[in-house]
Write a protein that binds this ligand. Structure first.
Ligand SMILES: Cc1ncc(COP(=O)(O)O)c(C=O)c1O
Length: 401
C-alpha cells in the first residue's frame, strides 16, 4: 500500500506550465522566474491517487456528454461527513453547485431580498464581501477581536448590529479563513441562537472543514440543536483534495423550504452542474482518499510548526496567529510600522508572493496571509527569503541606515 508520508508530500508536483493561477498567473504578472508562490489557496501536491485513477477512467471514455448526478454522488458526500465529522445528513438535503462561491451567491440571492442586511465577520475571505454587495444587499461588518493571537467573535457587537440593522442573513466562515479558527460548539451555538432570535438565516461556508489540527475539531453547524429552521451549509472536496479547478460543491440544508428556494434560484440563474470529471473525482475523493488526507494533515501540521518556530526566533515585528485550521497563516506585521504597499513590495523584491491582508477587508491592513500548502523545501525557501525583510538582523541594518 502506498505511504502518504513526509517523503510523498516533500516530492510535491510540478505545476508550472499547467495554466494554474498560483504559479502561471503570478509569473505572467511579475515576470520573476524566482518568485515563490505562497498566496492563492490551493496546494502544490498531487491530488490523491484514487482521484487520478477516477479521472483517467473518465478520460478513457472518449466521450463526455451530459452526465447525470446519480444518487451515489450525494451518498458519498453524506458518508464522508458522517465518517470524518460525525454529522449525519441525507442525500435529499443536498443540492450540487459548481463551486462554493457560486453556492454563497445563490444562497444570499435566494434567501434574502435586495436591500436586506447581511452580516459578515471581518477579516474574511474576499468573496464574502462581493456576495453581499454585488447582489444589492447591505453589508454589515462585525469585526472579529483578537486576544492573545486568537481571533474571537464579538457577540455583543454582533447582537447590537443584528438588532440595529435588522440583519436577515449571517455568513460564517467555519473554519475561518484567514484567522485559522476552528469555532467551538459553544461559539457556534451562540451564533445560531442569535440568528434564531433575530430571524436571520445562517450561511456557513465549511470548505476548510477537513483542515483542522488536533486537539481542535471541526464542528459542523448542521450538528447543532435547532439548526433546521435556519441553516445552509456549503462544502466541497475541492480545497481538501486539491481539485478546485474541477468546480463542484454542495449546498446542504435540512429545511425543505430553504432547499426549495435554493433550487429555484439555481434554476432561474441557469447554473448547471454535472461535469463528468468533477463528479467522478469528487466521488472518489469522498470514498477512497482518507489515508492521503490523514497524511496531508500530519504534513501540514509540521509545516505550521516550522513557520511558528521560525517567526518566533527571527521575526520580532511579526505575530503569527495560532492556526487551528486551514493551511493559511495570518501574520500580523503592524509592529514593523511599514506601509502595506512597501511591505508587499519588499516581500516581492525578496521573491515571495503572499496574499495582501486587505483582500480580507480594510481590517486586514498590516497583515499578510501565507499559504503553507506546499512541500517543506518551498516553505523553507520562502521563510529564508522573508528573513531579508522581516528578520532581526534586517531590522537592525534598516535602523542603522
Ligand atoms: C472560505 C472559502 N470559501 C470558498 C472558497 C472558494 O471555493 P470555490 O473555489 O469552491 O468557489 C475559498 C477559497 O479559498 C475559501 O477560502
Amino acid at each position: 500500500m502506498q505511504e502518504f508520508d513526509r517523503a510523498y508530500f516533500d516530492a510535491g508536483v510540478e505545476r508550472r506550465g499547467t495554466e494554474c493561477v498560483k504559479w502561471d498567473s503570478m509569473a505572467a504578472e511579475t515576470g520573476d522566474p524566482e518568485m515563490i508562490p505562497m498566496w492563492v489557496a490551493d496546494m502544490d501536491f498531487p491530488s490523491a491517487p484514487g482521484i487520478q485513477a477516477a479521472i483517467e477512467r473518465v478520460a478513457a471514455q472518449g466521450t463526455w456528454g451530459y452526465t447525470r448526478n446519480g444518487g451515489e454522488d450525494s451518498e458519498s458526500l453524506c458518508s464522508f461527513w458522517e465518517r470524518r465529522h460525525g454529522v449525519r445528513f441525507a442525500p435529499e438535503n443536498v443540492l450540487l453547485s459548481p463551486c462554493v462561491v457560486s453556492g454563497m451567491r445563490i444562497a444570499v440571492q435566494a434567501l434574502t431580498d435586495p436591500g436586506d442586511a447581511v452580516l459578515i465577520h471581518t477579516p474574511v475571505y474576499g468573496p464574502f464581501f462581493d456576495s453581499v454587495r454585488l447582489s444589492g444587499r447591505r453589508l454589515v461588518e462585525n469585526p472579529l477581536v483578537e486576544e492573545e493571537q486568537r481571533w474571537k467573535i464579538d457577540f455583543a457587537g454582533m447582537e447590537a448590529a443584528m438588532k440595529r440593522e435588522q440583519v436577515k442573513a449571517v455568513m460564517l466562515c467555519s473554519p475561518h479563513n484567514p484567522c485559522g479558527r476552528a469555532w467551538t460548539s459553544d461559539e457556534l451555538q451562540s451564533i445560531l441562537d442569535l440568528c434564531r432570535k433575530y430571524h436571520a438565516l445562517l450561511i456557513s461556508d465549511e470548505i476548510h472543514a477537513d483542515f483542522v489540527y488536533p486537539p481542535a475539531v471541526h464542528t459542523s453547524i448542521l450538528s447543532l440543536a435547532g439548526e433546521e429552521d435556519a441553516v445552509v451549509m456549503l462544502c466541497a472536496a475541492s480545497k481538501t483534495f486539491n481539485i478546485a479547478g474541477l468546480q463542484q460543491s454542495s449546498m446542504v440544508s435540512r429545511n425543505p423550504a430553504i432547499l426549495e428556494r435554493l433550487k429555484k434560484h439555481r434554476d432561474v440563474t441557469g447554473i448547471t452542474y454535472g461535469n463528468p470529471f468533477a463528479l467522478a473525482a469528487t466521488r472518489a475523493a469522498y470514498r477512497d482518499c482518507d489515508a492521503w488526507l490523514d497524511g496531508l494533515i500530519r504534513y501540514l501540521a509540521d509545516n505550521r510548526e516550522l513557520v511558528m518556530t521560525h517567526a518566533a526566533e527571527k521575526w520580532p515585528g511579526v505575530r503569527v496567529t495560532k492556526m487551528e485550521a486551514t493551511y493559511l497563516m495570518w501574520l500580523d506585521c503592524r509592529a514593523l510600522g511599514m506601509p502595506q504597499e512597501k511591505l508587499l513590495e519588499a516581500l516581492r523584491s525578496a521573491h515571495v508572493y503572499v496574499t495582501d491582508g486587505r483582500f480580507f477587508g480594510t481590517i486586514g491592513d498590516g497583515f499578510i496571509r501565507l499559504n503553507i500548502g506546499c512541500p517543506r523545501a518551498q516553505v523553507e525557501a520562502a521563510l529564508h527569503q522573508m528573513d531579508l525583510v522581516l528578520s532581526k538582523d534586517q531590522k537592525q541594518s534598516m535602523e542603522e541606515n
